[in-house]
Design a protein around this ligand. Structure first.
Ligand code: ZN
Length: 382
């Protein structure tokens, strides 16, 4: 089993293919340890949050701790004394830390696996687990949607169910109202994709929701504020991570009656919904017809274009991991593809250049990374 080539994510069109199915068995290097910890953090937080761990630790966590200890001894650093301490490291020691030394061609150096305020997996962490050969949380989201499509049986019902999921990551009692888009035929097919709100997302018998991304939020104090008194900012966390500051977080009462969309769908269906909606609105305004591509989380083919052209919509914080994911989905097609991302990410030259330089050669001359506002201009250029 060969180690993953951390210096060249562009070497493979299939993310992680070089790792031969797993990074296990590779002697502990910093980047491998970072990836292993990402899997541990994602798995542990999915079960119970990251706040309370006592011996015996789950096996995967114990193995990661053992590797971290060994790696620290090899590089002359004091090792972590416990799993909580190692998880605390994941909150403060970033990908570029001497402990990990993950190449910036793969992960931005300041990215951590655990959010400093939220104490939960970062988006980088979830994107990294999805880079694994098994596909991680993103592949799980895809499987959930495939199963949903089977349960629906026909395209229009599936489209309505998918739309419902994207717009209802948090389901309160009052959301079960036809005036809010709730339909029994939809609910009966999607309810298995929800779970009770976990304890680690509650504060003083309440929960918080970000008004920008609609996803769960938490204050660093873990104390419930009075209504309207908690604004998003550096001392709050929401699952979207990059929402504007200064927004009043919404109080969710009776959280024991609240259902939460499962995390893979929150991360890979709800989060990109804003950029997907903006991209499709831009196409409609320009009178461009399109149809969804089967199996894609946000992929469309233009149907009245003079060339074969595909639109793929993503909201990812890590441009090199986005390139790897896109490459795995685009191959072996030869279509020209416009990859659409949010303005706050894809609108920045550094993000664009990191994405393009991580693409495999066979894709670089037929791929454009753009934003919803510039999408139609690129189509006019073709
Ligand atoms: Zn948010």
């Amino acid at each position: 089993m060969r180690p993953r080539d951390f210096t060249a994510p562009r070497a493979s069109s299939r993310p992680g293919a070089a790792a031969g199915g797993s990074s296990a068995g590779v002697r502990g290097t910093g980047p491998e340890l970072f990836c292993q910890l990402a899997r541990v953090v994602a798995r542990l937080a999915g079960r119970q949050g990251l706040r309370s761990f006592t011996l015996p630790y789950p096996l995967a966590a114990q193995l990661a701790l053992d590797r971290a200890v060994l790696h620290c001894l090899e590089i002359g650093q004091a090792p972590p004394r416990s799993l909580p301490e190692l998880l605390e490291w994941c909150r403060h020691r970033s990908a570029g830390d001497p402990l990990f030394q993950v190449p910036r061609s793969l992960i931005t150096p300041e990215a951590t696996l655990v959010h400093r305020v939220g104490l939960l997996p970062t988006r980088t962490c979830l994107e990294l687990t999805s880079w694994d050969p098994g596909g991680g949380e993103e592949e799980e989201a895809r499987r959930m949607l495939d199963d949903l499509a089977t349960r629906c049986g026909h395209e229009e019902l599936y489209r309505r169910c998918r739309q419902f999921l994207a717009h209802h990551p948090v389901m309160r009692q009052e959301d079960r109202d036809p005036r809010r888009g709730w339909r029994p035929a939809v609910w009966s097919r999607v309810k298995s994709l929800y779970e009770p709100l976990p304890e680690y997302l509650k504060v003083d018998g309440l929960a918080l929701q970000c008004p920008a991304c609609d996803l769960p939020a938490l204050p660093s104090s873990r104390k419930a504020p009075a209504p309207g008194q908690l604004l998003s900012g550096p001392d709050t966390w929401c699952e979207g991570e990059h929402c504007p500051h200064g927004l009043p977080l919404e109080l969710v009462r009776a959280p024991e009656q609240v259902l939460l969309l499962r995390r893979p769908l929150r991360a890979f269906l709800t989060l990109p919904r804003a950029v997907e909606a903006a991209a499709l609105d831009a196409l409609r305004e320009a009178e461009m017809d399109f149809e969804p591509l089967p199996g894609g989380l946000g992929a469309y083919r233009l149907t009245n274009s003079h060339e074969n052209c595909v639109i793929r919509v993503y909201d990812r914080v890590q441009p090199a991991l986005l390139a790897a994911r896109y490459a795995s989905e685009a191959a072996p097609s030869t279509d020209r593809t416009l990859v659409v991302g949010p303005e706050r990410l894809a609108g920045f030259p550094g993000y664009r250049s990191a994405f393009i330089s991580a693409l495999p050669d066979f894709l670089s001359d037929r791929t454009v990374l753009t934003t919803p506002s510039a999408l139609v201009n690129h189509l006019s250029d073709s």
